[in-house]
Design a protein around this ligand. Structure first.
Ligand SMILES: [Zn+2]
Length: 487
């Protein structure tokens, strides 16, 4: 690529939510931002997750990847990338490093890494990149300011954020550094989160949940259960502290919750000590006031929430008088699974409290008012919505065009390279590569094999074996209706 400055090429995450991966390309160097997984659509039969295609990664040009935060849609495919390109240096912060190392250890993958702190300028061959602190729903989330060495071009890349000016858990988004660094540039472009753009207002602060959560923790019932996104460490801290203050024992059920809690403790984000947390079997049969955290707020098949709701947990059975609090939202596509859980719990006489009843969930993504705050702090020349499905990207661009007419807003999709050139931009199309399909923990499946696998699973299979010595033929079937089997 011949460009004096740099370009931004999304490989994943622009026209779908997930598999975030973007390349910052310059004359003789490419830098990757994030490498996440995508959860499969319904037609991806028995596929565990999808990962971006890596064929544009050239090891001669690509030595570095910067991770913005620890959500699976940003780190979930990193193991696959490092298997293919083991010499890459991964730039991370402490909390995210703990999460990544746990995942990589399971697959026995090693990683060269470098730590960064927000505000620190990372000098690469043709660009300087400054990670800046932003608010989101997981600790240590960064946006990236990318600038050409001569400061002719500057770009702000924030795939996930919200503006939380009153958080008790972390600093507000670093508007000051954005303004300072980009003011030094002749031309500027933004690449910004579209996830919550359909919301006209300002995204709720975690602080605003305090009153309703506290009210719930003070309810008279002995057993309160609560489920939330496991990565929302700040909220878990807040809830655990309230539970402790109301005299409740804190129990944690579910591997994902323990994983995030341990990573939080190791990186200084935990506000609860290890001896204040109990495993379910440690309190089995005990009465008294408890708060039980359950993993699996999306109704995941093997989660603690589902196991409990179906009466299948060995330590806790649902009984009338129990209260289950959903401090979460229903991600589109998961409605059926979650409503099944609501129904099961109701049949057991359990009370359900959701974010429709109380203010107990806040998004981690910007509503229109958050975006206005970002743009009122510093308005760029060009603007590209990212991190969203096609419809959201379009709505996001329309909003900018209407409310900020001086900014030139464009929609792009994966494999469209935004070239920041001499005084203007150019958009160049690359051949679109479909995401790769992963079965189980790491086995890659070809797309054509999906329909074969579905046929075998839904229509059954026939196995014929012929014994040459005895000349016997054996026919066995799997999954065929009985009538067919008898024929
Ligand atoms: Zn995120």
């Amino acid at each position: 690529m011949k460009n004096k400055y740099f370009s931004v090429l999304p490989i994943g995450g622009v026209e779908e939510i997930g598999s975030n991966m973007t390349m910052i390309r310059s004359e003789d160097e490419d830098i990757i931002i994030d490498c996440g997984m995508l959860f499969p659509h319904e037609e991806c039969f028995d596929i565990n997750y999808l990962i971006p295609d890596f064929s544009l990664v050239d090891p001669a040009r690509t030595k570095n990847i910067i991770i913005t935060h620890g959500h699976e849609d940003h780190i979930g495919a990193l193991g696959h990338l490092l298997k293919a390109f083991p010499d890459l240096t991964v730039w991370v912060t402490t909390f995210t490093l703990h999460l990544i190392q746990r995942k990589l250890a399971e697959h026995k993958i090693s990683m060269n890494y470098q730590m960064y702190t927000p505000g620190q300028e990372l000098a690469f061959r043709n660009v300087d990149i400054t990670p800046i602190h932003v608010n989101h729903s997981i600790p240590e989330t960064s946006g990236l300011i990318v600038r050409s060495k001569d400061r002719k071009w500057g770009a702000l890349y924030i795939s996930d954020f919200k503006v939380d000016l009153v958080s008790k858990h972390e600093l507000p988004i670093d508007f000051k550094t954005i303004k300072e660094k980009l003011s030094e540039c002749v031309q500027t472009a933004y690449f910004i989160d579209s996830t919550n753009v359909m919301y006209d207002g300002k995204t709720t602060s975690e602080n605003e949940l305090q009153a309703d959560l506290e009210h719930l923790m003070n309810r008279p019932e002995n057993r309160l259960f609560i489920t939330l996104f496991a990565s929302n460490v700040h909220r878990m801290n807040a809830i655990a502290k309230m539970a402790k203050a109301s005299g409740r024992k804190i129990v944690v059920m579910g591997r994902s919750l323990w994983t995030y809690m341990e990573a939080a403790r190791e990186s200084g984000h935990s506000e609860i000590t290890a001896d204040e947390l109990f495993m379910a079997d440690q309190v089995k049969g005990q009465s008294g006031k408890m708060l039980i955290f359950l993993s699996g707020c999306q109704g995941d098949f093997l989660s603690a929430l589902r196991r409990f709701s179906f009466g299948e947990d060995g330590n806790f059975k649902p009984v009338p008088g129990d209260v289950v609090i959903f401090s979460s939202k229903v991600i589109p596509g998961n409605e059926k699974k979650i409503f099944r859980i609501y129904n099961k719990l109701t049949q057991f006489g359990v009370e359900i409290v959701t974010a429709h009843d109380h203010l107990i969930h806040a998004s981690g993504h910007p509503g229109k008012e958050d975006l206005k705050l970002l743009l009122n702090n510093f308005a760029p020349n060009f603007y590209f919505p990212i991190h969203g499905e096609s419809y959201m990207l379009r709505k996001h661009a329309e909003f900018i065009q209407k409310d900020f007419p001086k900014i030139s807003a464009h929609t792009i999709h994966n494999y469209q390279e935004v070239i920041l050139g001499e005084g203007t931009i150019k958009i160049e199309d690359h051949e679109v590569k479909e995401p790769r399909l992963i079965h189980g923990k790491s086995i890659e499946i070809e797309k054509t094999q999906i329909s074969q696998r579905r046929k075998m699973a839904t229509q059954g299979a026939v196995f014929v074996s012929y014994h040459r010595s005895s000349e016997l033929m054996e026919v066995s079937t799997v999954g065929l209706p009985l009538m067919v089997q008898e024929q």
